[in-house]
Design a protein around this ligand. Structure first.
Ligand code: ZN
Length: 381
């Protein structure tokens, strides 16, 4: 609770500092990275991870913590003579589009009775020009219209496993994390554009790599970790949307990004194992876009922050060497993704020691814990 309060306060501070009226200003970017790059990749991943999703038009990144906030003193004073508010009676369910205050009266000066979470549903009993009268937990209060919609959130509860564009949803809390286990049982050699509108075409899903010592397939190892991570995040109060929970799916890299875009996810973690021609190469690598990425450069800072957090968490929990962040604009899945996202390359299957380690249940559980730690860090929890 304390942490949550701190996040809210930080959001308010941010708004006050940057002035009111701009709803984007409140975005709780979990921390602007101070440095553009944390490290240079030693070696490139197997370059097989892409996806390509349809651009969904709006980025959910901006709405994570837009709190409606106090107006500057002079504005408040000037508006006191306004006509009394009129509410038209309605009876409908509405959904919260971004964390927002639930107030005793329809005024920014009114007592805050609660803070409603993104995706929460409330009953609306009256609607005015700027405020809605809503009932939450049997209590009447007011919420700014800007943060309410009648459109049900696109989180696909009960969705069909492996169906492109839906994912498998698990309700657990306010923050929605998409987990993508890299690759799948069968590669998809058909091509798809490397980015929205791009003429560069890449295979929909590559086969992934294979353990030099164990013969383990990458797609099985990534799924094991993804399933552990799902359970770990649910136990920590996150909601989780899985791109897949079995190996027998047909999900291109675009499809996978699209699942996150359409759900308006707060973050997406894509789990992979790396491979190098040099068997001596070891360590974990994080991947995100460059700031100049034509498709998603606008969320670069957020993605870098997420990438560093997840990579650090993973390395701490598994003892892998941290080889830094590789910024690249060649990944289809990154280029199409419009929510904060990262690729974690957990280690090298081309190194026999690391391959064998990654095949163990201990490692896979620890990797999940480490990634979850990174997400906690990123979200300030
Ligand atoms: Zn991979």
């Amino acid at each position: 609770m304390k942490k949550k309060l701190a996040v809210i306060l930080a959001g308010i501070l941010l708004l006050i500092v940057s002035g009111c009226g701009n709803s984007n200003a409140g975005t709780a970017e979990p921390g602007q990275a101070s440095l553009p790059v944390s490290g240079t990749a030693v070696s490139e991943p197997s370059a097989s991870e892409e996806t390509t999703a349809e651009p969904s038009g709006e980025s959910s990144a901006a709405e994570t913590t837009a709190l409606e906030t106090t107006v500057p003193p002079e504005t408040t004073a000037a508006e006191t003579t306004a006509a009394p508010m009129v509410f038209q009676d309605v009876d409908e369910t509405v959904y919260v589009t971004g964390q927002v205050n639930f107030r005793a009266e329809p005024s920014l000066d009114a007592e805050i009775k609660a803070v409603l979470s993104k995706r929460a549903s409330v009953k609306r009993t009256g609607i005015g020009d700027e405020w809605s009268r809503v009932v939450q937990n049997g209590e009447e209060g007011y919420v700014s219209n800007k943060y309410l919609t009648t459109e049900k959130p696109k989180v696909p509860a009960g969705s069909v496993e492996g169906q492109a564009g839906t994912g498998i949803y698990h309700e657990g809390g306010d923050i929605l994390v998409v987990i993508d286990a890299g690759h799948q049982g069968k590669q998809m050699t058909e091509k798809e554009p490397n980015g929205p509108g791009s003429s560069t075409m890449k295979a929909k899903v590559a086969s992934g790599t294979e353990g030099v010592s164990t013969g383990n397939e990458e797609y099985k190892v990534t799924l094991n970790v993804a399933l552990y991570l799902r359970d770990e995040l649910l136990s920590r109060g996150y909601s989780v949307l899985m791109t897949r929970e079995t190996n027998d799916v047909k999900l291109s890299n675009v499809d996978r990004a699209q699942i996150a875009n359409e759900a308006g996810a707060d973050a997406m973690v894509r789990i992979h194992c790396n491979s190098s021609e040099k068997s001596s190469v070891t360590g974990a690598l994080g991947i995100c876009q460059s700031p100049d990425n034509p498709y998603c450069g606008d969320i670069y800072k957020t993605c870098l922050k997420l990438t560093k957090a997840v990579l650090n968490g993973h390395c701490e929990a598994t003892g892998r060497k941290n080889t830094g962040v590789w910024e690249t604009d060649t990944m289809t899945g990154t280029n199409w993704c419009q929510v904060p996202n990262t690729i974690i390359e957990m280690g090298y299957m081309s190194n026999s020691d690391e391959d064998e380690l990654m095949g163990t249940e201990d490692f896979q559980r620890n990797a999940a814990i480490g990634i979850a730690d990174g997400l906690d860090d990123y979200f300030g929890r």
